[in-house]
Design a protein. Structure first.
Length: 360
């Protein structure tokens, strides 16, 4: 069948909104009609080559929708079931999975090399990050779908697939923020807004949001920030001034640039934790000297998919949503169609807004 999709024809090329031919779901696969898909900075990183995947490809990895058909052998889902897409399904067999670190699964992205659909002209297409959510419908392995817990609006549920799992997990799993601790979140995009809400849920005593755009202060405070600082060369000093000259217990960097990683590190108290969530390019080099590493005793760690296990964490997030502690709609600053994705990419590059949500 033919559906409309946003196709990346080549690295660095503009997206093309066009028809593609989807096959019927084969054994172990599902066809899903998308309700919504979030526009994530990782999609931009795929389009410009910061993250490398086979092309041509249909991008989009943060989505939710309804199962419309199942392939042979599928018993977990049936037509009509609402699902959240899981772009990084764990294989359960590799060393990382054996350690319980499913977010580091060595085989999670094997599916990006497969051909999952074709253009109407017959060109093979790959799923950008396994799930190809920038399309009216998609076909995915059953491992790339998670049951949507009851009581969650299907459209807003798309955000659970990446932004919320990543931001929540960065705070709760990677940084292990404890009640009463102080935290600074660098970058108030979709993931940063989720991290701010997660810090509020965790009971942080002070939540400092940092962003280049002063226009994001209202968004940040609505998400739980107690303070807002426009990003500047002296941001770390300003954060120490807000925390009794100590620095924050936890700094969460959601940008992926050397200057913000360094600023987050400098804003962290002696013995504190700096968690890097943002995906930067190879040219973003961060330097430390040996003496400061000894003196400050800080922990610097990376964070992949929020160090989450989606199967376990999705029901927890759903309960926060139902209880009113987590507001998915507050992350969305723009609702667009497929044609609006290129402009959403431009807004991300300009540091504007939170999460743009493609709705079908």
């Amino acid at each position: 069948m033919t559906v409309r999709a946003a196709v990346l024809p080549a690295i660095g090329a503009p997206l093309e909104i066009t028809g593609i031919e989807l096959p019927a779901p084969g054994p172990g696969k599902l066809r899903i009609r998308l309700a919504a898909a979030g526009v994530c900075h990782s999609d931009l990183s795929l389009s410009d080559g910061t993250l490398r995947v086979p092309v041509p490809a249909v991008l989009g990895h943060e989505g939710a929708g309804t199962v419309v058909a199942v392939g042979e052998g599928v018993t977990r889902f049936a037509p009509g079931d609402p699902v959240v897409l899981n772009w990084a399904p764990a294989c359960g067999r590799c060393p990382a999975c054996a350690r319980g670190e499913v977010w580091l699964c060595a085989n999670a992205l094997n599916g990006v090399a497969e051909v999952y659909a074709r253009t109407t002209g017959g060109t093979d297409l790959h799923p950008g990050l396994n799930v190809a959510a920038f399309a009216e419908e998609t076909v995915v392995p059953v491992s790339c779908a998670l049951p949507l817990p009851p009581g969650i609006p299907l459209t807003d549920a798309a955000l659970l697939g990446c932004a919320v799992l990543t931001g929540y997990g960065a705070v709760h799993h990677a940084a292990e923020l404890a009640p009463g601790e102080t935290v600074a979140v660098f970058g108030v995009g979709g993931v940063g807004l989720a991290a701010l809400q997660a810090a509020r849920i965790a009971g942080a005593s002070r939540i400092i949001a940092v962003d280049l755009s002063p226009a994001k202060e209202e968004l940040a405070r609505a998400a739980g920030a107690t303070d807002f600082l426009p990003a500047a060369p002296d941001t770390a000093r300003d954060i120490r001034a807000l925390t009794g000259k100590q620095g924050v217990d936890v700094a969460v960097e959601c940008v992926g640039r050397a200057v913000t990683i360094r600023s987050a590190w400098d804003a962290t108290r002696r013995g504190g934790r700096t968690t890097v969530v943002g995906i930067g390019g190879k040219d973003q080099q961060v330097t430390f000297n040996a003496l400061e590493l000894f003196h400050w005793g800080r922990t610097l760690s990376g964070c992949v998919y929020g160090n989450c296990d989606p199967e376990k964490d999705l029901p927890v997030l759903a309960e926060h949503v139902r209880a009113g502690r987590l507001d998915l709609g507050a992350l969305v600053t723009e609702r667009i169609g497929l044609e609006g994705i290129p402009a959403a990419f431009d807004n991300m590059l300009a540091g504007k807004g939170g999460r743009a949500l493609v709705t079908f």
